[in-house]
Each structure stands twice: as C-alpha cells, then as structure tokens.
Design a protein. Structure first.
Ligand code: UT7
Length: 339
C-alpha cells in the first residue's frame, strides 16, 4: 500500500505513554528454566531482560495505563477522543479488548476496536487511524500497541522464548492543517505466501458434535517460529521499504534524527543502520530491558525517548515494523508533542 495522498488534511503526533508489567525476568532467571545463558542471548539478540504479565495484571490494564498517559500528556480530556485503536494479537478477549480500554479511559465518545497485524500492528494502526483524521471524519485518535506474548510462547523452547516480553505503548494523534502535517508518508506490505515461518495457530482438536458432524475446540498452539527465515526476511525487507520511503520523499538518511525500528533483535537494528550508514547513536533501542513486545515495541520505545528528552519536538523519525503475516511497513514522521 503506497503512502499518503497530498490533498487531505494533516496529522500530528502530540502525546505518548507506555506501561510495562511489574514482573521482570532476566536472562539468568530464564536459564533456570531452559538450556540457555545470558552470554548467548545478549550476543545473538541484545536482550537482557523482559517483562511478563503475572496473575495480577491484564493487557487491558496495561493498555489503559499507557493510553491515559498519552491523553494526559497531549493535554486532552478523555471525552474528546473519537477513536481508540488497539493493535494487538493477544487480547484478553477474542471479541476485542479495545472496548474495555475505552471504558477504563473514560473515552465515552470514542469508537474502539482491535486491529491485528502482529509486530507490524502499531504501524498499521497508526496509518489506519490517521486516515480518519486526514479526511476530517475524526479529530482525535488514540493508537495503542500492546501485546502479552508470554501467554503464547512455549517456555520450554529456547529458540523462541528468550525473545519475547509484554508491554504497551500509546500515541495521541490529532488532525491538523496540511502545513502542520507530521505523518509525512508511509508504506505497508503483506505477503501471506511467506507466512508459515511465524505463526500462532489454532489448536487442531476435532471433537464429535452429533452423529455425522464434528467441531473444532477453540484454543491456540504456542508460537511456532523459524528464526533464521524471519531474520533473513527482516534484514532484506526493512532496508528495502525504508529506502523506497526515503527516496520518495527525497529524504537523505543523514537528515534523520532517529531510526525507530521494531525491537526484535539488536543485530537487525545494526544491520539496518549499517545499510543506511546511520550512526548507531541514532538508532533507538530498548531491547536490553524489554525484548520483543510485538505491537508495543515502537510506541514503548518512542515514549521512553520522548520522556528522557532524546526525541524533541520537530525531530524527523523513520520507523519500520515487521513480523508475522508476513507483514511489514514503514512511516516517516515528525514528533510534535503537546503545544
Ligand atoms: O517480531 C519478529 C519475531 N521474530 C524474530 O525477530 C526472530 C528473528 N530471528 C532471530 O532473531 C534469530 O534467528 C534468533 C535470535 C532467533 C536465533 O539466532 P541465530 O543466530 O539465527 O541462531 P540459530 O538459530 O542459528 O542457532 C545457533 C545455535 C544453535 O545451536 P547449534 O545447532 O549451532 O549447535 C541453536 O540450537 O544456537 C542454539 N540456540 C541457543 N543456544 C542457547 C538457539 N537458541 C538458543 C538459546 N540459548 N536461547
């Protein structure tokens, strides 16, 4: 899907928030469960620890905490929000968790729904929400990326369980004039024919229903991943889509303030930086603390960098998400913050 058409209104990114579970699980702790070690995980992925939702937390609560902070920092009243869009593949409720988040936020006027695009979910949701704002159909949108893959990893599979963690991040988006537009362009891609290397499939459990009829009991198998295939996909497609986006907008990689990539593996971040000859200092990374939080990685990272002052109003950011589907995308935006 190509990017923005130029004859509509603009979108500004005006607030951010994030929330992570209380339980922190280090590599050393994980090595008590599976045959792994801190040195392997750090050198192959850059991950040092991850957060895991325990029995006293839910995805809805994390999403609400992240969303409330974004609304507050944007300077909004919750009742002025028109849309709550929750990007998640791991809702508390398969019918959707966004409505419960909307209620807890007090965003009484907002329509709320979930969007599923795995680790690309936040970027896909950001672009989706921005369409409502650019056409003038809506004025304020809250885009949340949140996942709890800890529920769906096989904690005895060392090839995948070391990678993932739980978390939530949120961005407040506002319609603006085209002159003030902050979401400069985007590209979104899907290739379902290559989707088999990363799945969270339904259980295959057939039961008799009545004579001559069967049904499938609902439920899911743990994550199945061919790590090397996903790695190759990421280091090929992420630079390619970013290059297309930057060229289309005549943006020199040197003029970017930040590269904000889906946090999956530090080696992937470094490979993309090398490809564009962007200094590692300009590549935002919090993998060491949180691992791969799926749809949450980009807003969680952005919020951290906004709060600690690295990302400043006016900064130009190239972002890319990728993951199951296979799906991937990129967006070029300027952070505005509350004015
Ligand atoms: O959002 C997208 C989600 N998915 C991803 O981002 C995954 C992308 N892929 C990757 O990040 C990497 O492929 C991994 C980190 C998953 C694996 O790194 P790798 O360098 O591709 O390792 P490998 O699979 O080639 O395994 C190398 C060795 C193997 O041992 P042998 O066969 O060489 O003896 C594995 O059995 O490392 C072993 N190994 C481990 N050892 C210690 C695999 N996992 C572990 C582990 N601890 N956790």
């Amino acid at each position: 899907m190509p990017g923005t058409s130029k004859n509509l209104g603009g979108v500004a990114l005006v607030g951010s928030g994030s929330a992570t579970p209380n339980q922190r699980l280090t590599n050393d702790q994980l090595s008590l469960r599976v045959d792994t070690n801190d040195a392997w995980i750090r050198s192959r992925t850059g991950i040092g620890a991850r957060r895991v939702i325990g029995s006293d937390e839910t995805l809805v609560e994390l999403s609400q905490r992240a969303g409330s902070l974004a609304i507050q920092r944007a300077g909004w009243d919750p009742t002025s929000v028109d849309l709550v869009l929750l990007a998640t593949s791991t809702p508390d409720d398969l019918f959707g968790s966004a409505p419960k988040v909307q209620a807890l936020l007090g965003a009484k006027q907002a329509v709320a729904f979930d969007l599923t695009a795995a680790c690309s979910g936040f970027l896909f949701a950001l672009v989706t929400a921005s369409q409502f704002l650019r056409t003038g159909a809506m004025r304020r949108a809250l885009v949340i990326g949140a996942d709890q893959l800890s529920r769906w990893v096989d904690w005895d599979d060392r090839r995948s369980c070391v990678l993932f963690g739980d978390g939530a991040g949120a961005i407040a988006l506002e319609s603006t004039s085209l002159v003030q537009n902050g979401l400069l362009d985007f590209q979104l891609k899907t290739d379902g024919s290559r989707g088999d290397c990363l799945n969270l499939p339904q259980l295959n459990a057939t039961s008799p229903l009545v004579a001559g009829a069967t049904y499938q009991q609902g439920g899911f198998s743990p994550i199945q991943m061919n790590g090397q295939e996903v790695y190759k996909f990421a280091v090929r497609e992420v630079p390619a889509i970013l290059e297309t986006l930057l060229k289309a907008n005549q943006v020199d990689p040197e003029s970017l303030d930040w590269l904000l990539l889906h946090q999956a593996n530090q080696r992937i971040l470094d490979a993309v930086a090398d490809r564009f000859e962007v200094s590692y200092q300009k590549v935002l990374s919090n993998l060491a603390d949180y691992g791969n939080t799926s749809a949450a990685t980009i807003p969680l990272m952005l919020d951290e960098a906004v709060q600690d002052g690295r990302v400043q109003p006016g900064h130009l950011i190239a972002s890319s998400g990728f993951g199951a589907g296979l799906s991937w995308g990129a967006a070029l935006f300027r952070w505005q913050g509350a004015t």
